[in-house]
Design a protein around this ligand. Sequence first.
Ligand SMILES: [Zn+2]
Ligand SMILES: [Zn+2]
Length: 238
Amino acid sequence: MQSALSLLFPPQCISCGEPTDADFGLCGPCWRTTPFITGLVCDRCGAPLPGEDEGRAEYCDDCLTLARPWQRGRAAMLYTDNGRKLVLALKHGDRLDLARPASDWLLRAARPIVTPGMLVVPVPLHWTRLLRRRFNQSAELSKALARKAGLDHCPDLLQRARRTASQDGRDRDGRFRNVAGAIRLHPRRGNMARDRDILLVDDVMTSGATLAAAADACLGAGAASVSVLVLARVAKDA
Ligand SMILES: [Zn+2]
Ligand SMILES: [Zn+2]
């Protein structure tokens, strides 16, 4: 349907800006170069696995060897090609409009692990970073997802207890050390996590160290369970 608005502002691909036939969508070429994750995945982190989905939980090597305080996890896409470009645009490019289409992709990936009554919570940024960047991209994703899924959202359940240096350039052990204990419950959110199933949302999962610190904080606050959902998973083979 052509409205006056769509004549003034014809729909554009959210990635490359080329005209496309639907609002908030990707054009054909961008869709094909966006590495959406399908098929068999690790039930704990959402990384793609070889083989067929036979309906039982399978785990990747990382999730079999690393401490994963959360139960289940999914990722919408791999952090490569157009997946990486979209994540970076959301994070650094003032492209908050990406949160809405991204919430569709997140919800599709999360369907197997979403349960009624889940509380959706973003991984927090430190306030100094929030000031500089003006928004927390993970909170934009979690807000859009919670709205779409009809779930409760608590954008400030967690906060950074201290400012951590960037995770970039650290090896896996260094990443876990860098963020251990760095995330805590917001002092004014005392009982909100108690007995709730929490769905933690972040933009990217690399080692999982930040999600582990956030999950520990939720469990320490009495959460019944924690699951994780990310827009893009950095996979070893990617
Ligand atoms: Zn495009
Ligand atoms: Zn895994």
